[in-house]
Ligand binder design. Sequence first.
Ligand code: SF4
Ligand code: SF4
Length: 157
Amino acid sequence: MASILREVTETILTLAKGFRVTFRNMLGKTVTENYPETPVTFQPRYRGIHVLQRDEQGLEKCVGCFLCAAACPANCIYIEAAENTDAARISAGERYAKVYNIDYSRCIFCGYCVEACPTDAITHGHGFELATYDINSLLYRKEQLLQPEPHKKPTNA
Ligand code: SF4
Ligand code: SF4
């Protein structure tokens, strides 16, 4: 008899615990985003589509060192580096990334590339609208990732 009473008590307590969570969420503030009708709220550290940054002079911060590509566990960064010249200076370092591709069909948004970059050239933005029927369009090129020059309008939101 004692064990039946204990079981009944435990069951009631468990149900009460469960319903407490249910009612707390039912009566609490909704966190559902009405996307795309209203803009999505991002946390500051959200890891979205990468952005290749520029410095204060508008030069590209990437110096073509390949450290991000080496750190990438999904092997989805492809870089071709080239030398800066006095006539055509692209970055403040000796080299710059002539080609910088990220394959978003492979990227797992782990952030290792961002952590590995010695010049803070690559960061995560808040872009997230990557869905597509064409896998080839998930290969993002430098032109899509690069922060626009101050006087130019962005090509990629
Ligand atoms: S976020 Fe991770 S998987 Fe994506 S490019 Fe960077 S290192 Fe590679
Ligand atoms: S993004 Fe950073 S780590 Fe990657 S090649 Fe450029 S400077 Fe090096």
